[in-house]
Design a protein around this ligand. Structure first.
Ligand SMILES: Cc1cc2nc3c(=O)[nH]c(=O)nc-3n(C[C@H](O)[C@H](O)[C@H](O)COP(=O)(O)OP(=O)(O)OC[C@H]3O[C@@H](n4cnc5c(N)ncnc54)[C@H](O)[C@@H]3O)c2cc1C
Length: 623
């Protein structure tokens, strides 16, 4: 495996005189240059050792900006490049491309972030921001002195995808992947495809019957020659890395439920394990204390089977009045709601509940005209196209709205002394549509609009070390730039596993995940960044401390080797597919026998020297 790592056990650098470094400083259309004196930065940089040119450009990332770099590499014979601009998250790859187009190895490039780290964070201190920008560039220049050309790691790729979860997200991802010619294994833990949507009647905003929508999706996956579906199945073991995940699926086959085990190797994995509706605690808004307190999924079930009539019926009694409470299990406030089992509160918005309430409230008024409906909300967030219509129609249909504050939530009490036939539940709350007046409302039924909480993929999260956000949902790398990728290479996110989403958003995310997975699987080999650990075989004493320290199963191991004198000894070996380049092994090696390609210790030292240098040029710049 180690043979596939990037080249370079040690630097084969040009001498200081042979270094020809170009520094490119971006104005970022004023974002940087309104605070940082970029001309002065360029002037100082021209005096840094090895720098032969330092230029300022209004937008380095523009085509002319990039061309400037590529042409200078050729004309000025540059052999190292620094770009000082915005965050490397945004444009590191852009500039690596420009460097490569100039004919230079793309890893002989460093990025200095002088926007987020200088002009934006020190906007009231232009002199300080300018001095800091110079130091960050000096550090990058220092690091580049010890840089060596690196190659991407290339590993064999298994052209098959695993989709975990057979809700709308999983079905859409599987169908799109198969449509691109990729074999898919779709694993669903329950006995049928469709996920939570199986429980809904008509779905907003189209009012299409949920069964019809699911039928259309099922048709795309069931019987597809490239999709194998395993129901009542779960992934029990998973290991490996992008291009080569080894997966064990346990499932039940046949009505007798015979358990079976399937082992597969896949190149990419789509997580589509969805969400769980919030489960109110016993007693929360009198839930489980009175049978007429239901959650929205329970109420949908009731509506599904209720015959149309003047009033809705429940347990043999007419329901003449219903109240809905929004934000149950969402937008919780510290000190008001009890924390969840892990000590955290659900302070996020679940996004679908407001529209769900208005859709149900309207359905009640239309189907049971004599049933009164009350809506108790903090805010109404019907953010999707066409969703606001539900609010307008519900208002016109006679739904009565009240507004409470999140830190003064309504209280609910069963009315033990209510006369026979009287509403059994009493709500007390302050209404801020009527200037904070305290009101009581007696109703026959209360519906709690429960939010969406993170689903059931804990075992996969632990085995693959998938990062979760504060809200417990899986966390993408970047919400805008890499919205369906997670920090584990080869794993994509589809749908509500990532956070509250409606069906439209879920399908869009699942389609994007399928495209990303297909792009990975389109190649015969997967290409990875070369920033992985590298063991110096001569220095390694085989203490195994690095292996003990490594958190990534299989990334490091001890192997037996034979010395030139015929004696056997141990040494560490890196699996570049599993190494994430965290550097934990580097820190504990007593022999300093491990380094990270592209981030070696000598490069760190050079960066520190650059940061703290008392060079006259730097001092002059801060004067
Ligand atoms: C009350 C309510 C009403 C809603 N109504 C609407 C509506 O009208 N319109 C709308 O657009 N949106 C609506 N939504 C949102 C909608 O339900 C979601 O957008 C949708 O369900 C997300 O689909 P998904 O496939 O990501 O997740 P899910 O529907 O949760 O499906 C996930 C699937 O993965 C399976 N799974 C989980 N863990 C594993 C595992 N470890 N191994 C194998 N399989 C696993 C589950 O069994 C499930 O089948 C509503 C939400 C709520 C709470």
């Amino acid at each position: 495996m180690n043979d596939k790592t990037a080249s370079g056990s040690g630097p084969a650098n040009p001498s200081a005189e042979a270094l020809r470094i170009g520094v490119y400083i971006c104005r970022c259309g004023g974002n940087i240059s309104d605070v940082v004196d970029v001309e002065r930065v360029a002037e100082v940089c021209r005096h840094l050792p090895g720098v032969v040119t330092a230029n300022v450009h209004t937008f380095m990332c523009s085509d002319p900006g990039q061309k400037n770099i590529s042409e200078d590499i050729r004309n000025e014979k540059l052999n190292r490049v620094v770009v000082a601009s915005c965050s490397p998250f945004l444009h590191e790859l852009t500039f690596r491309g420009a460097v490569q187009r100039g004919g230079l190895n793309p890893y002989l490039y460093e990025h200095a972030n002088i926007r987020e780290q200088c002009s934006w964070s020190h906007k009231h201190d232009p002199q300080g921001a300018t001095a800091k920008a110079i130091r960050l560039i000096a550090a990058a220049v220092g690091k580049l002195r010890y840089a060596e050309p690196l190659d991407q790691i290339r590993l064999p790729n298994q052209r098959q995808a695993l989709v975990v979860g057979g809700g709308v997200a999983g079905m859409k991802a599987a169908a799109d992947l198969a449509g691109r010619g990729i074999p898919v294994l779709l694993v669903e833990q329950s006995e049928r495809l469709g996920g939570q949507v199986n429980r809904w009647n008509r779905v907003f905003p189209t009012e299409q019957p949920a069964a019809e929508l699911l039928g259309a999706l099922r048709k795309q996956v069931e019987g597809h020659p490239r999709i194998e579906i395993l129901l009542r199945s779960r992934v029990t073991k998973i290991s490996g890395f992008i291009g080569n995940f080894q997966v064990t699926v346990e499932g039940q086959i046949g009505p007798a439920g015979r358990r079976t085990e399937v082992a597969v190797t896949v190149g990419a994995l789509v997580m589509a394990t969805g969400f769980l509706p919030y489960a109110p605690r016993d007693g929360e808004y009198a839930y489980h204390r009175h049978p007429a307190v239901l959650t929205t999924p329970e109420f949908l079930e009731l509506l599904r089977h209720a015959p149309d009539a003047a009033t809705l019926q429940f347990q043999g009694r007419p329901v003449r009045s219903i109240a809905f409470i929004h934000c149950v299990g969402s937008r919780q406030v510290d000190g008001v709601q009890e924390p969840q089992a892990d000590g955290k509160i659900n302070n996020y918005c679940s996004r679908v509940c407001c529209t769900t309430v208005l859709q149900q409230a309207l359905a009640v008024r239309q189907r049971f005209p004599e049933t009164e409906v009350f809506d108790l909300h903090q805010d109404i967030r019907t953010y999707g196209r066409g969703h606001e219509d539900y609010y307008i129609q519900a208002s016109q249909a006679g739904v009565i709205f009240f507004r409470y504050h999140g830190d003064e939530i309504p209280t609910v009490a069963p009315r033990t002394d209510a006369p026979a036939g009287a509403p059994p539940l009493r709500l007390t709350f302050k209404d801020y549509l009527t200037w904070g007046e305290e009101l009581t409302l007696d109703v026959d039924m209360l519906v709690l609009a429960v939010g969406m909480t993170a689903g059931t993929c804990q075992s996969l999260v632990e085995q693959l070390k998938l990062p979760c956000g504060e809200d417990r949902f899986l966390q993408e790398i970047h919400p805008k730039l890499r919205p369906v990728e997670i920090s584990v290479n080869g794993v994509l996110l589809a749908g509500a596993v990532q956070g509250p989403m409606n069906i439209r958003e879920t399908l869009a995310a699942a389609g994007a995940a399928a495209v990303k997975a297909a792009a990975i699987l389109a190649k015969e080999q997967v290409e990875l960044n070369p920033y992985v650990a590298q063991v110096d075989a001569d220095l390694c004493e085989g203490t195994g401390q690095c292996v003990e320290q490594c958190e990534y199963d299989g990334a490091l191991r001890l192997v037996q080797v034979t010395n030139g004198d015929g004696k056997a000894r141990q040494r560490a070996e890196v699996n570049p597919g599993l190494c994430v380049g965290c550097g934990a092994c580097v820190a504990v090696c007593p022999a300093r026998a491990i380094n990270l390609n592209g981030w070696r210790l000598d490069q760190y030292e050079a960066m520190v020297d650059g940061l703290v240098a008392e060079a006259p040029a730097l001092a002059a710049a801060t004067a």
